[in-house]
Write a protein that binds this ligand. Sequence first.
Ligand SMILES: O=C(O)CCC(=O)C(=O)O
Ligand SMILES: [Fe+2]
Length: 590
Amino acid sequence: MHAFVLAVGRPGALSAAATRSAGTSRPCTRRPPSVGWRAAPARSLLGRWGGAPLGVPPPTRQPPHTSPAPAGATPWTATASPVTEEVDRDEYDTDDDDAEEAEPYVVPVEFVRAVQALLPAGRYAAGGLAVGLPNPVIRLRGMDHILPWPCPPASAPAAMAVAARAPFGRGTETVLDPAVRSSWRVGPADLSFGNTVTWEAALAGVVAEARQGLGVAGPIRAELHNLLLYGTGDHFAAHRDTEKVEGQFGTLVLTLPAVHEGGSLVVHHDGQSMAFPPKDVGGDATLAHATWAAYYGDCKHEVQPVTSGHRVALVYNLVREEADAEDQEGGEVGRASWVAPDQAPAIAALSALATRWSSLRAAAVAAGSVDPPCSLQSKWHWRDSCPDDDWNNRYDDGGMLRCMWEEDVELSGRAVVPDKLVRFLDHQYSVDGLGWGSFKGRDAALVDALLRARVLAAGGGGGGGASSSAQEDAAGASAAAPATAPAFTLHAVPVRVERLDLDPEHDTESYIDLHFAADWLPAPGQAAAARPADRHFGWDHVAHDDEERLLEDRAADGRDFEPHGNEGARLTRWYQTVALVIQPAPTAAA
Ligand SMILES: O=C(O)CCC(=O)C(=O)O
Ligand SMILES: [Fe+2]
């Protein structure tokens, strides 16, 4: 099999806009409108914070919670401040000239517009007060009394005395380094819960709340991983949590009532941050109540230094119960992993776009005006290099193709109808954790909408996101079989994004290389042979409105040696960037 590591680049600073407008004064026209809305007030069953952005603007969109209250949720109550988020009213630049100029890019522009209209089912993190949580009656091996609840300052040192320093993972190794992680752990084998009956029921309520906050539809369970203790000055630097068991997608942290200041858990994702508890909750409030926070494990998070007192937390792995079953069924599984809000308009838009794209592409092929955008402005080089470590072999598969932009070759005036689109996913996935049933948050919404749009465009009844309930969705009940072949093919593929500065001093030769993995995951029911024959990628294939930032961020996302989780992880559990590759039917058949 041939290598298909591809790169797009141009001399000088990276800019999609400038690349697209080579030789012309065309501004970047690929900026669809942002769809803003005001989030619904937080529900009152449990406290839930909408998150406290730390010096970054709040997200422009956030999903309503459309699913019913979880069955069997415990009736403890708490009041959380209503979540009020600013509506992003940035408008699409409707300048007439721009509108005309946008035409060649109609496919990516419309795609981005449809994707922006999707409502994700949940956020990357959620949390709140767990008022009324009963005393679990925790005993630690080696400590002669139970852990007091709440835990007064004088009692925490006795617990710390029987705990061990907590390690973390760096690559495949497990290391101790207080500069990165300074905290103390007691493993599940060394602690017990005396009050299991009421504690388990209360915990189930918190897990249901976490499930809903993150937008996971199917059943999940929480597996105790550690009891953690933080004294003054203790902390855990930014890291991701490794998936330690099959089906693990996230982490639940229950911070027990123990008076302390500082020690906020801050979760970062896509330029945003949420702090748990929010900055204004501390001191006596942390003695009065337990708090909970849940997040997808690929999101970087940190525990800020405890500035006084002690922080005591129970940390659980969040695991999807049905991970295996979904993958085996291989049906319309994207939806099974999340709570589906009404996506009908976006699905209809994606479906209509797919049909239009196919005919635009066919017309362009007939007119002989479909040179890949990159080939209009680039020359291609093969590089016969194959880094010999396992990781790179997964990606490079024997060689590297690099697209180099030549300044003296300008875009011709011909319409650009891309033969495929690449959409980078919001979350990262491990090799073990990648499957059509395990996409997270916004990715699950996108994948589900695309799977439905495929069916709809082919004359099937795939637009049922609006009418079907989450339960029906979870059962995969509403996707009718397509009447004809789907209008596009869909693959998920891990991509390594690498920035190359060939002449950093003068910034004259910078490239973004996209290294596509050897294994492409075809959409359920789609023949593996439908993989794109032409794997040349250029800027115009990248279906985002902010490609430059996106690719720069992904390239900067070091994967090898940043700290993660609690222990070293095998390669197939490392997180990687994943992209969807979408191809209209005419070229898919090629
Ligand atoms: O103490 C916490 O809140 C989180 C700890 C953590 O990030 C971990 O155990 O991976
Ligand atoms: Fe963590």
